[in-house]
Design a protein. Structure first.
Length: 238
């Protein structure tokens, strides 16, 4: 699919390389070189994805991501030269959907962009051949794949594409325990850029959104030593 992509990268050569690879895929690309410009462009319609470098003047990528997540579920692919796990997890904690550490292959970046755009778009319904996918329910949680919507306790929940994917997988089989490795495969496969803590960070963010008491979850449950599941029926938080 072709999309309007904003690339925020302060290195002109690197930005031009990313732009050329994405344009070869048919995307319309706007390049900016500082964080405040990135915010302005990301807020404009019809931006569909932001490729965001962490280290930028005016406002760094973490600040941009924090500001966007307060108002939008725009998919964000973060680029960083920081290789420490805590730095990478901080980006995810602020709402980034995926990240690449520098140096990276432009082809891999294109593949990550393709995957994020695919996750952020509700599946097309074949014309007059099949019923739309049914909404998935697990206790007080409802995930609607067709409308790409989530509600919890009757309230709409704004999710990033990665968060929506995790909930969709879990809600399709309430009560089933998924390991972290299985959930990672649904996000973007297991490779050297991902760890089990990536899933933990997304779960922590989701609990803040769907649980009345995030520190005492009653819907998105941890199965210690294995992974996570959605409760089939609501339970009273301990």
């Amino acid at each position: 699919m072709c999309a309007h992509v904003v690339v925020a990268e302060d290195d002109p050569k690197q930005a031009d390389l990313v732009r050329r690879y994405l344009e070869r895929e048919g995307h319309h690309v706007v390049v900016v070189h500082d964080g405040r410009a990135a915010l302005r462009e990301a807020r404009r319609e019809p931006a569909q994805l932001l490729v965001l470098d962490v280290m930028m003047p005016e406002l760094d990528g973490l600040g941009v991501c924090r500001a966007l997540r307060a108002e939008s579920a725009l998919p964000v692919l973060m680029l960083t030269a920081r290789t420490a796990e805590e730095d990478l997890l901080l980006g995810l904690d602020l709402g980034a959907d995926d990240y690449l550490t520098k140096p990276y292959s432009p082809r891999e970046l294109v593949a990550r962009v393709r995957a994020l755009l695919r996750r952020g778009t509700p599946p097309a319904r074949p014309r007059d051949t099949a019923a739309p996918p049914a909404a998935l329910t697990a206790g007080p949680l409802t995930v609607d794949p067709l409308r790409h919507e989530v509600t919890a306790h009757g309230r709409p929940v704004s999710c990033t594409p990665a968060e929506f994917t995790l909930l969709e997988v879990l809600a399709a089989q309430p009560g089933r325990v998924f390991t972290r490795a299985q959930l990672l495969e649904h996000l973007h496969g297991i490779d050297r850029y991902t760890t089990a803590r990536t899933v933990d960070t997304h779960v922590m963010n989701l609990r803040r959104k769907i649980e009345p008491h995030p520190r005492r979850p009653a819907t998105l449950l941890t199965v210690y030593g294995i992974g996570y599941k959605l409760a089939e029926e609501p339970r009273v938080a301990p």
